[in-house]
Structure formats: structure tokens, C-alpha cells
Design a protein around this ligand. Sequence first.
Ligand code: ARG
Length: 494
Amino acid sequence: MTSAPKYKGTAKPPAKSEEKLWGGRFARPPDEAFYEFQRSFRFDRRLLPYELAVDRAWACALEGAGILSATEVRQIHAALDQIAERAAADPAWLDASAAEDVHHFVELALVERLGPLGYKLHTGRSRNELVATDFRLFIKDAAAAMRGGVAALVGALADQAERHLGVPMPGMTHLQHGQPILFSHFLLAHAEAFLRDADRLGVAIASADACPMGSGALAGCAFPVDRAAIARELGFARPTANSLDAVSDRDFALDYLFALAGLATHLSRLAEDFVLFASQEFGFLVLPDEFSTGSSLMPQKKNPDAWELTRGKTGRTTSALFALLTTLKGLPSGYQRDLQEDKEPVFAAHEQALALVQVVAGAVAATHLNEERLRAAASDPALLATEAAHYLVRRGVPFRQAHEIVGKVIREAERSGQSWADLPPAKLKAFSPLFAEDLRDALTLESALASCAVPGGTAPEAVRAALAECRARLGAVAKASGPANATRGKGAAR
Ligand code: ARG
């Protein structure tokens, strides 16, 4: 019989009490497996640039509160710079650390450089507020980077829409041909959804844009630190309003995951459309070699893997939102260690979504249209049935009756095995005397497209205006997508 596999830690708990953050009241060291189990440094090391920025600001705040001298602040700042440099140059240094989390890591490194002064930085503060602050800074950068990626994707859709302005396609509901639209109108429909995602990313940035520092473990800070100045220094719009809320709140992470779940869902719909349209049955799109793969057995195959994986990866992004909601559900007020589970789903969903928008923007840009197939499919006279009803409406027939009349014409055409457009004028007149000689000229693909000329419609002029509007909004999104933080954490979320 084999024994149960042991959960093996890679890091031994620190032996010396001064290397621990909280050893004083404990008589015995932590169990090794438990120590490893509760460590978060493996993944929260990603927050190091933010942690260092917060440490700098906190040192200044402690000077203002009379705890540190100007010289001590200079020493601490210099040591923090050294830590940043070594961490960037020597990742093995991080790998080898037995630190519990990123906060512990920096404290150990500070003490190594500064001795007892290193411990002074933790005056009046708690890891509970530190982790909330670091994570908010991460989310602000992450969401801004994501918005840049979404803007590039919308740009790719707009470019294709502009390049193919005028190409028609059958517009569908229930996946059944309905009315003709412009292919550009279809592309800009997707662009609209992604512009909403960009807005939602902005909401996530705004909800992360408050600084918890000064909240302490839960009650606030017992030293007179200038919370507004700390917030400003870190690039936050404001300090958080309630210390107990500040250490428990993860709504900003939920907002980011919600934005990503929406984005992934929209990417999945685009993917499904492109998979369908590239199938032999539709033949509207030609799969680009650069974003497709072949079959190991069937030599002729070209598969839409970029789109299928995009569709497939949606589940992971959505599940990150569920994971965090589930973690948060039922927690009491204040910081609970459960909250440490917030970071991994966010990091994973962020990575996924960033890769998705990049690949999808590339695949959109590289896709070719089969204009002939699109035009042929859009030219089916059945797609003009609605316009035929409108023809009668414009001659005074109530729409319900017009609908009924055209329905009967279609039925008759189906019965006689021809297109309704080929029915002789005399036969049509039997259904309504208002069907005149000009009918065939009045009902064309072009006239049907042109008739939907309201703003937001598919008439070429309306689509041209929508394209210009899309580009204008895109400019605003791109402008807002620079790094959100005025911290040294820049780039950590990319
Ligand atoms: N690693 C912890 C987290 O990510 C940091 C805060 C720990 N606080 C505490 N009281 N144990 O949530």
C-alpha cells in the first residue's frame, strides 16, 4: 500500500523570531506543510512594484507624523530602490525567499539592509491595508492596459469596416436570413460591444481609485498620517472613506472581473460568428493562415483554432468572477484570510483576456472577405420581402395587411417553385393592385440597404457616419488608456 501523498512545502518557515511578522505570542513554529499552504509570495510577488511604491509613500507619511526623521526616510527610500533593482535583475532572489508574502519579503529585505530601522516602516500599518492598496494599484494598471488592448481590437474592426464599406451580407435573426445589411454594419455591431467593455474597464478603474492606507488593520491609524497626501502620492483620486470597509472591500476586483467576463463573452460571440462564416456552408470569410491550423490527417483542412480557443477560453474568464464572488459570499466584516484567494483568479483572468484581445485583433485584421459569396447571399430576393411590405405601406396599406399580402406572395412563389421576384406582374397584381410596374426597380438590394437611413441603421451613409463616430470614441478610449498610476508599479500589470 502506498501512503497518502504528502503536501510538500518548498520554503521552510523562518526559524528566528525576528524574521517573522507575528512570532511573539507563539510558543511553537508553524507546521511546514501549513506554512507553505498559507504562503502567498509565489503569486503576490507580482505586486512587488506596487508594494515598494506604497512603502515609499508610507515612509513620507511617517515623517509627517513625527515617527521617522528625514534622514531615516532617505535611508529607507534608498534601500527600497536597491530592493527594486535587485528584484528586477535577480529573479532567483525572489525564488529562494521563504517570505510569507510580498509584504514580509520587503520587510526582510529592508531589515537586511537597515537593521532595526527596517522594522520601523511597519509602524501604524497592517498588511490588511497594504494588500488592499497594492491590489487596487494593480487593478488600475491592469484595466488600463486591457482598455488599450480593447481599443486596438476596435481599431482592427473599424479598419475592416472601412476597407469593405459597401459589401452587403444577409443580416440574420435566429440564424435565418432576414434583411440585407452591410458587412461593415455587422463589424461595427461588434465594435459597439467592445466599446462598452472599454467603458466597464473604466468603471473598474474608478472603483479601484481610492487609497486604503491609513486604515490600519481595521480601525484606522493611531498616528497622524496625512491620508490625502499618501493617496495623491500614489496616484489615487482619494483616500477610502471607512477603515473597516477599506480592508474588506474587493468590489474593485469584482468590477474588473465583471468587465473581463463581459469582454470574454463578446469575444466569444465574435469568434462564433467568424467560425460560422468561415465554414464551407457560409463561405463568407477566408481563414488567414497566420491564425489557423491544419489537420494531421486531412490534408485539405484549415481550422479556425484562433476563434475556437477564443470561444473556449471564455469559461476561464467567467469562472474567475464566480470564484471571487464565491470567496466573498458569507465573509464577515473586516479582513479575513479568505481574501488572499482574491489575487490568483484576477491575475489569471487578466493574462487570459490580454492574450485574447491581442490574438483576436490580429485575426480580425488578417481575415479576408469572400465578397462574391457575401453579395450572392445578400442578393436573395427573399431578403427583400420586408421592403415589399414597406412598398405597400408607402402606398397607404396598413403594415399588418401589407405583411399578410407579401406573406401570401411568398407562399405562392414557394408553391410554384420560383423566386417571388420572378412572378409575373399580373400575378402579383392579383395579390394587391398597388403592386405596379415600378416594383422590380423599387425593390433592389441597394434600395433595401438605403432605406434604413436612420442613425444607427445599415444605409451606407448611416454606416459611414457610425464609422466616424466609432473612430472618435476610440480616440477617447485610447487617450484614457495610458498607465493609470503615477507609481513605480508601472508595467507590472502588463
Ligand atoms: N497575504 C495576505 C493576502 O494576500 C496579506 C494580508 C495578510 N494579513 C493577515 N492579517 N494575515 O491577503
